[in-house]
Ligand binder design. Structure first.
Ligand SMILES: [Zn+2]
Length: 118
């Protein structure tokens, strides 16, 4: 179960942790009770985005979801394996995401600096 440390929001109880990085899953029969609209769409569409998440229905009739920001290229590759990074060093998906967030923050800082100078 996931609870937001800031506001105490508790995630829907149907979601189970998965062995795939960043992916939660729930049986379709349970998902359709809490989100019938997306459940219907998933019968026709391979991926359905809503809010922070993208949803996908597996052949085993489980709904998987992941945060779009964690895997923006989910259409090319739904599940992210842990990969070898540069120079043969192991670089986990988590460290990749952290370095991307750092770069984004740097760029944001630059934007602020530019704004200040104007
Ligand atoms: Zn919160």
């Amino acid at each position: 179960m996931r609870v937001c440390p800031k506001c105490g929001y508790i995630d829907d109880l149907i979601w189970r942790h998965s062995l795939k990085y960043g992916i939660d899953w729930a049986p379709y029969s349970e998902f359709t009770q809490i989100n019938p609209e997306i459940a219907q769409k998933l019968l026709k569409e391979k991926f359905v985005e809503e809010g922070y998440y993208v949803y996908h229905l597996t052949k085993g009739m489980n709904v998987e979801r992941q945060a779009i920001f964690e895997n923006p290229t989910y259409k090319q590759r739904w599940a992210i394996p842990i990969e070898a990074g540069r120079k043969g060093a192991k670089m986990t998906v988590v460290s990749k995401i952290m370095s991307r967030i750092k770069i984004e923050r740097k760029n944001q800082t630059r934007l602020f600096e530019v704004t200040k100078n104007e």
